[in-house]
Design a binder for this molecule. Structure first.
Ligand code: NDP
Length: 481
């Protein structure tokens, strides 16, 4: 088993304590590699290196920083096989999907580089004679990037890329279970010939390393994606040094299927998309509200589609759903399925781990459909973050909107209807950051994600507005009288 190092100030180093921890292959339960278990002293070293690199990197021209990101994109393309292998072996992503992520990673970095050259400030209306006032976009400073485990490669680059291109220096802390992928990501970034200290990597548990980042006086910003309760802890910790925090947090996304919808298409497309990445996506629907007159048809077609999913070892070409990424998450989803059964829902397919070898060893769970749910059930109320789809009946538009909005989350929603004015009415009433009409969630770098609705986050990610979050608007006023 290989031992890996962290990257601080352009050097590959062990933790000051010399301690390490292992990551595990979720398909087999076997250890994959060991990484340094960082502590506060390592975070101090990384913050020092990032601060030392900041003056040069932040003053570099925008075109030079964009070109550095393009070199990174080219390196990701050249080394995509290594990234794909790790997505498959450390996260359990089916190889077909992992290839898609690697291609999307290159595309996203190219997009980040290109739009960064168009980011502009603003000249303000003249309010005093012989003066000019303007807003200049400047980097925030040193940015700690704390990523979740669910889509590891995409999460790292979609946060580190815009942070760096806008002139910030970074300290990346990947999810512990994806630490080897974090090392590989950094090794590839090093090939892009980016000045030492601009990107630093620390590996270790959120409770200690993450907290040291959130409280560090030498860090100006936290860019976090993860669970809402972790986000709350980070916001509190970061408040001591008043850092800017951009947080993409949890969701429990409602889909409303109206009586006039193309029900077959809705069920097919939603079921086809629901279980991708073992449904471990913040955008995965958490509850399907289906009009009572089309409910049976929706459930029937949804289940037919789910039965086509091929659960298997992620490195096999035919696999469309691999294991869950870790045991803790598998047990959490099993708990939701158990409570659904106890509370009176009907498990129409799946509901258990596969028992035939070799799938009996890893963290596999069969794709599960839970019909006849009630809005009060635990599986409907909480974020599942795994392969179980709860389906409920509704009888009026008002009821569907009320139930969809009855959540502490507000990340995204979907509406299926053939009636244009109904679509506008419902999308207008839903309290969420994004709504998708007659389509499952579409992800492209051009589209923004997240926002400020309820407990699902603070600030935007992706698109131009997501990049702008990594900048401050500095006001400058000059008298020329
Ligand atoms: P967690 O919140 O458990 O972990 C996310 C990251 O935070 C990990 O790197 C973790 O480290 C770290 N961390 C944990 N505790 C602390 C702490 N006290 N201080 C600082 N950092 C800490 O999330 P998951 O990885 O379990 O991801 C799943 C969650 O992420 C779901 O709720 C999902 O909805 C959300 N998510 C939201 C997205 C969005 O765009 N809105 C996108 C993707 C996921 P360690 O790994 O060591 O525990």
């Amino acid at each position: 088993m290989q031992n890996y190092k962290m990257y601080i100030g352009g050097k590959w180093v062990d933790a000051v304590s010399g301690r390490t921890f292992a990551t595990v292959n979720p398909s087999t339960g076997e250890e994959l590699g060991r990484v340094p278990l960082a502590g506060k002293e390592d975070v101090d070293k990384a913050a020092k290196a990032a601060n030392e690199a900041l003056p040069v990197w932040s003053k570099m021209t925008q075109s030079d920083r964009a070109k550095a990101i393009l070199r990174f994109a080219a390196a990701v393309k050249e080394h995509s096989k290594e990234l794909i292998d790790l997505e498959v072996n450390e996260h359990g992503t089916p190889v077909m999907l992992a290839r898609g992520f690697a291609a999307a990673a290159v595309d996203q970095l190219e997009y980040i580089a290109s739009i960064s050259r168009g980011i502009m400030g603003q000249v303000l209306p003249q309010s005093m004679p012989n003066t000019v006032g303007y807003l200049q976009r400047v980097p925030i400073g040193v940015c700690a990037v704390i990523t979740p485990w669910n889509v590891p490669l995409m999460m790292m680059l979609s946060m580190v890329g815009p942070a760096m291109v806008t002139g910030n220096t970074c300290i990346l802390k990947p999810a512990s279970v994806n630490s080897v992928l974090g090392v590989k990501f950094t090794e590839i970034l090093e090939k892009a010939d980016i000045p030492k200290g601009v990107m630093n990597l620390v590996t270790g548990p959120g409770g200690s390393v993450g907290d040291a980042l959130a409280t560090h006086p030498g860090i100006d910003m936290i860019r976090f994606t993860g669970a809402t309760d972790t986000g709350q802890v980070i916001l509190k910790a970061a408040s001591k040094t008043v850092k800017k925090c951009i947080m993409e947090l949890g969701g429990n996304n409602p889909i409303i299927v109206c009586e006039d919808a193309d029900v077959e298409k809705a069920a097919k497309l939603q079921a086809g998309r629901h279980y991708g990445n073992s449904a471990q996506n913040c955008s995965t629907p958490g509850r399907y509200y289906v009009h009572e007159n089309v409910y049976d048809k929706f459930v029937e077609v949804f289940v037919e589609e789910v039965k086509k999913i091929k659960v298997g070892l992620p490195w096999e070409e035919s696999t469309t759903m691999g294991p869950m990424a870790n045991l803790q998450q598998l047990e959490k989803v099993e708990y939701y399925i158990k409570t659904a059964r106890e509370e009176g829902a009907r498990i129409v397919c799946g509901g258990a781990r596969p028992t035939t070898p070799p799938l009996d060893k890893g963290y596999f769970l069969m794709p599960t459909v839970v019909a006849d749910c009630k809005h009060e059930m635990t599986i409907v109320k909480e974020e599942i973050f795994g392969p179980a789809a709860p389906i409920l009946k509704f009888s009026s538009e008002e009821e569907a909107i009320k139930l969809a909005n009855d959540s502490s989350y507000g990340l995204c929603a979907g509406v299926w209807t053939r009636d244009g004015s109904k679509a506008l009415r419902i999308t207008g009433e839903l309290r969420v950051d994004s709504v998708f009409v007659n389509m499952p969630r579409m992800m492209t770098p051009e589209f923004p994600w997240g926002g400020n609705v309820k407990e699902s986050g603070v600030g935007k990610s992706d698109s131009v507005c997501g990049m702008e979050e990594f900048t401050d608007l500095k006001f400058i006023c000059i008298s020329y009288s």
